[in-house]
Write a protein that binds this ligand. Structure first.
Ligand code: SF4
Length: 360
């Protein structure tokens, strides 16, 4: 019988303040979030309107620090609720929040979200969930793929946030998991996380319709992932959700081809295999995403994390153009080939039951 590994109490992040817009309190879920935050000792500030009066210091370091300690409880507008395609992970992106409390030197949100990096959490979950059935069977990833058709229509909840990082404050991820469990449809919710506080998810009636992936990187690269849970805890958390019957996955991202990467990723896969050993009926996927950046994300990240040791030198990279003409800097072809060969061989050896969904 599979055994639960001893699990250290997760360190839960708390913001300094929660700004509550007037409309958010018209929703039961909004009132519940404000009450939870207050009970956890967060300074809850009720605003008289829906306008977020955000005034941060001119100094970029201080502005960043204050923004990261601020959560705004708002109502997702119709534009924010409109589902967007999100290849290659899933058919559709669904946002329960926007922003994240962690401090990753490579954070992909830097190129996607505008303005100071506050976190917004949404009160109007019923309106957000209302959009899901409208897109059933209409996606271009799992809905159209022979290899992934059994996943049904897929909805990715971690494009603009890490939903598990906020769960103790919001309960939104649990609500989404319950929604998918109760929805009689060929559909699946997906989320990935660099956090380990899975306790609230373990007893939910998920009915196998949510896949949690742990987003992992070798501990040697943990210095690029400030404020997240240690990788060993993320793997233990993944084992716990697998034991609770969830399908699971590993998001190995971003793969960083820094000195020593072969030994570091080899050990990471050994550790992942050990953490998932002896689980029966394991439904395990792997997603492999190499490190890349755009001129825009680099400019923001250089401001947020000056002096980071993470290599982001356009001259050391190959340049790719997207179909919309924008530029991204990726590893050169030789490095990409070496990385791919390595991961294909290591996964076949150490996690032979895993299904690789994509490489990018
Ligand atoms: Fe960005 Fe993800 Fe790190 Fe949060 S955990 S800072 S969303 S990369």
């Amino acid at each position: 019988m599979a055994t639960a590994l001893p699990f250290p109490a997760s360190r839960l992040w708390l913001p300094k303040r929660l700004l509550v817009t007037r409309s958010a309190l018209a929703w039961d879920h909004g009132c519940a979030i404000a009450a939870r935050a207050g009970a956890l000792g967060v300074d809850v500030v009720e605003l008289p309107t829906d306008r977020l009066a955000l005034a941060f210091p001119d100094d970029p370091r201080q502005a960043y620090a204050q923004a990261k300690q601020t959560v705004a409880l708002t109502v997702a507008s119709p534009a924010k609720r409109r589902l967007q395609p999100i290849a290659p992970s899933a058919d559709w992106r669904v946002d329960l929040a926007e922003g994240c409390p962690a401090h990753c030197s490579y954070c992909y949100l830097a190129g996607s979200l505008k303005g100071p990096p506050i976190t917004r959490v949404y009160a109007n979950l019923p309106e957000i969930f209302e959009e899901l059935p409208k897109h059933l069977g209409q996606g271009r990833v799992t809905s159209r793929s022979r290899a992934r058709a059994h996943e049904g229509t897929t909805y990715e909840a971690s494009c603009y946030t890490d939903p598990l990082a906020l769960e103790h404050l919001t309960g939104s991820l649990s609500a989404a998991i319950r929604y998918m469990g109760a929805w009689e449809a060929d559909a699946q919710l997906r989320f990935t996380s660099k956090f380990a506080s899975v306790e609230p998810l373990l007893a939910l009636p998920h009915r196998g319709r949510t896949r949690m992936r742990a987003s992992i990187n070798p501990p040697a690269f943990a210095r690029f992932e400030g404020g997240t849970s240690p990788v060993a805890q993320r793997l233990t958390a993944l084992r716990r959700v697998a034991m609770a019957g969830y399908p699971i996955g590993l998001t190995i991202a971003p793969i960083i081809a820094a000195a020593g990467w072969e030994a570091a990723y080899g050990q990471l896969l050994t550790d992942a295999a050990a953490a998932l050993a002896d689980l029966s009926g394991l439904d395990l996927t792997v997603e492999l995403i190499t490190h890349r950046f755009t001129p825009g994300s680099k400019a923001v990240l250089d401001r947020w994390y000056p002096g980071s040791a993470l290599e982001m030198d356009p001259a050391a990279r190959a340049t790719k153009r997207t179909k919309f003409g924008s530029v991204k800097h990726v590893y050169d072809a030789d490095t990409m080939r070496a990385l791919r060969r390595f991961f294909d061989a290591q996964l076949a050896e150490k996690l032979p039951a895993a299904r690789t969904l994509y490489w990018t």
